[in-house]
Write a protein that binds this ligand. Structure first.
Ligand SMILES: *Cc1c(COP(=O)(O)O)cnc(C)c1O
Length: 261
């Protein structure tokens, strides 16, 4: 059962209290943490309710589901265009569709994916004042810093060398891709504190590359923290928390949104 608008409003208020408390403890402003509403497995009506409550940014982990909900431009309450974040791993043959629907992809972990995205984005219509030709796409690199058992993301021991190889190629190598920062999924132990170390690792790596400038001049984002560990992530510097369950309720994995049944 999906939440009603009133139920979602209550969940949002409870979540905002958690975020505010964590910001207070970390001596950070609420504005320094973006809330990405993870709407995967929830229908378009849930997205509409979220927009009515002020949501501006949504996360989807499957490209097909993102297309269903976000191909048509939607306006947020603040007058901006709603942004779609692709947060799950994207197969090579889905990268083009991902580049079209997404404003930001959080899960890039190979130079092959970057090369394909660059080609695709160069041929898309412009999406900003500075881009009359080609779409500028925000890119985050996923680092497998917490979830050892899955294979998504850069190996934690190889992430720095990978980023260094991009720094060497310079800022002209991928003119339509804007490297914005790093993403990780914390340790799935049920204990938020267990993720602190991997969140801190991510922040150190992000800070190191931001300081290099060049291709990393815009590398100021850390996508980390979910329903179970967002406080620790905020304390460790997260600028984007990806929250699903605390806003939309439990996902029903037996009912995929793209299944017309
Ligand atoms: C599903 C998902 C989330 C949201 O998780 P919740 O625990 O429901 O908040 C965040 N990030 C990624 C990459 C996800 O796939």
């Amino acid at each position: 059962m999906e939440f009603t608008l009133d139920e979602m409003r209550e969940h949002l208020a409870a979540l905002e209290a958690r975020i505010s408390e964590a910001c207070k403890i970390a001596d950070r402003s609420r504005e320094s943490v973006k809330l990405v509403w993870v709407s995967k497995f929830h229908p378009a009506e849930a997205v509409e309710n979220a927009i009515a409550l002020g949501a501006t940014d949504f996360g989807e982990n499957r490209v097909q589901e993102a297309e269903l909900k976000f191909s048509e431009p939607r306006m947020a309450k603040d007058g901006s265009r709603v942004r779609c974040h692709v947060i799950g791993p994207v197969q090579s043959n889905k990268l083009k569709k991902a580049a079209i629907v997404a404003d930001c992809i959080h899960s890039i972990a190979s130079v092959e994916a970057l090369e394909k995205l660059e080609k695709v984005c160069a041929a898309l219509p412009g999406n900003g004042a500075a881009a009359s030709q080609g779409k500028i796409l925000d890119i985050l690199f996923q680092v497998n810093a917490g979830e050892e058992e899955t294979k998504s993301g850069l190996d934690v021991h190889e992430a720095e060398a990978f980023l260094e190889s991009l720094a060497v190629r310079g800022e002209t190598a991928f003119p339509h891709l804007r490297f914005r920062g790093l993403m990780t999924i914390g340790k799935n132990t049920g204990v938020a504190e267990d993720s602190r170390e991997c969140f801190a690792f991510l922040r150190n790596l992000q800070q190191k590359f931001l300081a290099k400038g060049g291709a990393f001049a815009h590398f100021d984002q850390l996508s980390m923290g979910m329903t179970g560990d967002l406080e620790v992530a905020i304390e460790e510097g997260s600028t984007m928390i990806r929250v699903g369950t605390a806003l939309f309720g439990e996902r029903d994995y037996s009912k995929p949104v793209n299944d017309p049944a």
